[in-house]
Write a protein that binds this ligand. Structure first.
Ligand SMILES: NC(=O)c1ccc[n+]([C@@H]2O[C@H](COP(=O)([O-])OP(=O)(O)OC[C@H]3O[C@@H](n4cnc5c(N)ncnc54)[C@H](O)[C@@H]3O)[C@@H](O)[C@H]2O)c1
Length: 345
């Protein structure tokens, strides 16, 4: 077997701990170092992985020649400076979502990675979920027919953040899924939400997206909700599919439901017949999405291939988040989204 890829994880908080665990147990990787600005947390993490170096400053990670790939799982405002420093030091980088908080910063990271021929990946975890892979295949092979619309619900009573609102905290997941399934970038976005708990930090946000070919999508995110929902619903002309991530074993349900149009239309209403067919629950692979994502990062480093969730994917999502944030502040007016600039593609 070829040499294992040296990995460091920067930011070992609630989520970073999961990444550390995965990279420490990945056959193709070697966890060389963990890094956290919080000294007690760093000491606690390092104690769990004997032989792993403990760094308090990212500059030490950047200077360590044993480290080839770095995972940035620090809090969102630090993603840009950390990822920039690491790319400039010649490291391949996997940044947690959202890749940055500013469109220009995401563009800059994409530019640096492109110029230096480095891997830049973003942690859009759901694109590694076997259920999303399954839905994408159903769309691409025509099983669902023409895609009409998609909507996502990511709500619960949960961790209330201070430095980002529910839009930036939750919606990167759903937006990445919507963009992936529809295979297009939206032309405009409308968002409404409210800050019930902390002034200026929205707890609940409703986002509507319009795509060039008439397709539409809706995303509802909240950490102030009685339900715990993690659902994606896709409606096509032939079939409809629901991905319910809260269901432990039956994640996907395919509904053979639709409205069929009979040949020559005389009276429009008479020509439409409702089809209420079977529901199929396919058997899916039970692999942990995070492990698949971590394996993908290591594979991309070894084979020098473009990640499924590359920097551009991160940038596309940040552009939508940025437009949604502007719409939110303007009371829900539509905000246009420009295509990606040529030089970062
Ligand atoms: N992909 C997912 O499903 C998922 C889930 C949860 C969180 N996240 C993302 O992971 C990131 C971390 O979230 P969390 O909940 O673990 O946050 P957290 O606050 O629990 O942990 C963040 C850690 O980063 C450290 N840190 C901050 N700035 C640093 C710096 N400059 N250098 C070194 N360490 C630094 C902090 O000390 C802290 O230990 C966020 O970007 C979040 O959006 C992703």
């Amino acid at each position: 077997m070829s040499e294992r890829i040296g990995i460091a994880v920067v930011g070992t908080g609630d989520w970073g701990a999961n990444l550390v665990r995965n990279f420490a147990n990945l056959p193709g990787a070697r966890l060389v170092a963990v890094c956290d600005a919080d000294a007690p947390r760093l000491a606690k993490t390092a104690a769990q992985y004997p032989g792993t170096k403990a760094y308090a400053d990212v500059a030490q990670v950047a200077a360590d020649a044993e480290i080839q790939g770095v995972v940035v799982a620090a809090s969102a405002p630090s993603h840009y400076p950390l990822a920039k420093a690491l790319l400039e030091a010649g490291k391949d980088v996997y940044v947690e979502k959202p890749i940055t908080l500013e469109v220009e910063h995401a563009e800059e990271l994409c530019r640096i990675a492109k110029q230096k021929n480095l891997i830049l990946m973003v942690g859009h975890l759901l694109l590694y979920h076997p259920a999303v892979t399954y839905m994408k295949k159903m769309i691409d092979d025509g099983t669902l027919g023409d895609l009409f619309y998609v909507y996502c619900q990511r709500v619960n009573l949960g961790k209330v953040r201070k430095d980002e609102n529910a839009l930036w905290s939750f919606a990167p997941h759903d937006l990445s899924v919507v963009l992936y399934l529809l295979g297009a970038e939206p032309v405009d976005v409308v968002a409404r939400g409210s800050d019930f708990l902390q002034k200026g930090v929205e707890d609940v946000v409703f986002v509507d997206l319009k795509f060039p070919n008439g397709k539409i999508a809706h995303v509802h995110v909240s950490w102030l909700d009685p339900h715990k929902l993690r659902k994606v619903t896709v409606v096509g002309s032939k079939k409809m599919v629901v991905f319910d991530d809260m269901d432990a074993s039956e994640k996907i349900r395919i509904y053979d439901k639709g409205v069929d149009r009979a040949g020559e239309v005389v009276s429009y209403g008479d020509a439409l017949t409702v089809r209420n067919g079977d529901i199929l629950i396919p058997k899916l692979s039970l692999q942990e999405p995070l492990r698949l994502e971590c394996t993908h990062f290591v594979d991309c480093i070894r084979d020098r291939k473009q990640p499924l969730t590359d920097g551009l994917d991160g940038l596309r999502v940040v552009k939508v988040l940025d437009a949604a944030q502007k719409s939110l502040k303007n009371g829900g007016t539509p905000v246009k989204i420009a295509p990606l600039p040529q030089e970062v593609r």
